[in-house]
Design a protein around this ligand. Structure first.
Ligand code: NAI
Length: 319
């Protein structure tokens, strides 16, 4: 095949991926935690309708409130208008009924980082979704191929790794499972553009790029704290001013959720066996005490109702 034919083929496949991605108008998100809320806000801001599925009405109530509060904070700093918030919320529907995803063109899973739970969910979804629906996992460390094993629709399954806070981070990692089709990849590349994200393609490997690179840094910062070399605030200040980071590693871990950070370290430690992923005892202790960071009001720092740090740090992390 000559170069001209190749270009024509590329153009035709890009055109058809664009058309397919235009077909995506109704998106389901399973799990309304930190990531589910951010993904919903982002997709709804692009003008698409969103359905969020959660486990109980109580969780839905608190997730709805949390999402509204996040946007109100944006309004308070003039980064969003009240009418923008209203129109974003008006396009989001909430339910505990998984069967409603039968109407959706795309389903994004954002539940806990646990292979068994994700496989169970994908198994259920396989018998509910319509033929052309694309299934996405937001996993940070698990194998897409293993998640896909739970369903027959393996060519339609892809990893799209959004990062927190989703509305502000302009990147997604696109992760192909063993049987993910090129068509699915191309459609999701176009979809990423539609929702304002730059997509990078990564090979399926535990932690992809972003999680694999950040986790050892977070772990090392926790060890520096554990060894009493510097306070949490000074570790964060050193990394922010020293390397021009927007957030210090301990604040960042608190924002991500310490339970999720622990899941990632354990998964990477189990999958790769590298000591740099073995979770620091401070992290285990905080998670045991349900001090999960910003989402519970306490982690390496304590937070006020407005999400701002109110005390410098936990002084005695190891008893
Ligand atoms: P989270 O714990 O804040 O939220 C998970 C939510 O899923 C909970 O509200 C839970 O009730 C819900 N859930 C669990 N099983 C469900 C089911 N069967 N049906 C409906 N809802 C269900 O977790 P988070 O932090 O939002 O993480 C979700 C996923 O996103 C994980 O795979 C994580 O690795 C990934 N991720 C997390 C990032 C972070 O910074 N926290 C960044 C990038 C990816």
């Amino acid at each position: 095949m000559n170069d001209e034919n190749l270009k024509l083929e590329d153009l035709l496949s890009a055109k058809s991926a664009n058309e397919e991605s235009d077909r995506i108008e109704y998106v389901a998100i399973i799990g309304a935690g930190l990531m589910g809320q951010g993904i919903a806000q982002t997709i709804s801001s692009s003008g698409l309708d969103v359905l969020i599925i959660e486990q109980s009405e109580d969780i839905i109530k608190s997730a709805e409130l949390a999402l509204k509060k996040t946007m109100e904070r944006e309004i308070a700093r003039w980064a969003m208008t009240n009418s923008e918030m209203k129109s974003i919320l008006s396009r989001i529907q909430w339910s505990t009924d998984l069967n409603l995803v039968a109407e959706c063109d795309l389903v994004i899973e954002a539940i806990e980082e646990n292979l068994e739970k994700k496989q169970n969910l994908f198994g259920q979804l396989g018998s509910i979704i319509k033929e052309e629906c694309i299934l996405v996992s937001n996993t940070s460390t698990l194998s897409l191929t293993k998640i896909a094993e739970a369903t027959e629709r393996r060519d339609n399954i892809i990893g799209v790794h959004f990062l927190n806070p989703v509305p502000k981070i302009p990147l997604v990692e696109l992760v192909k499972g063993y049987e993910t089709s090129e068509k699915t990849v191309e459609i999701m590349k176009c979809f990423a553009k539609v929702i304002g994200k730059t997509a990078v393609e990564v090979f399926e490997f535990p932690g992809f790029v972003t999680t694999r690179a950040i986790v050892p840094l977070l772990n090392e910062a926790m060890h520096i704290l554990l060894e009493g070399i510097a306070s949490a605030k000074d570790i964060d200040t050193a990394m922010k001013l020293g390397y021009n980071f927007q957030n210090g590693p301990l604040e960042l871990a608190d924002q991500m959720g310490l339970d999720r950070v622990l899941d990632w370290m354990e998964n990477l430690w189990n999958a790769l066996g590298e000591p740099r992923y073995r979770p620091c005892p401070i992290l285990r202790k905080l998670v045991r005490e349900r001090k999960l960071g910003l989402k519970t009001g306490e982690g390496f720092y304590k937070y006020g109702a407005d999400g701002k740090i109110i005390t410098e740090e936990i002084k005695q992390v190891i008893k």
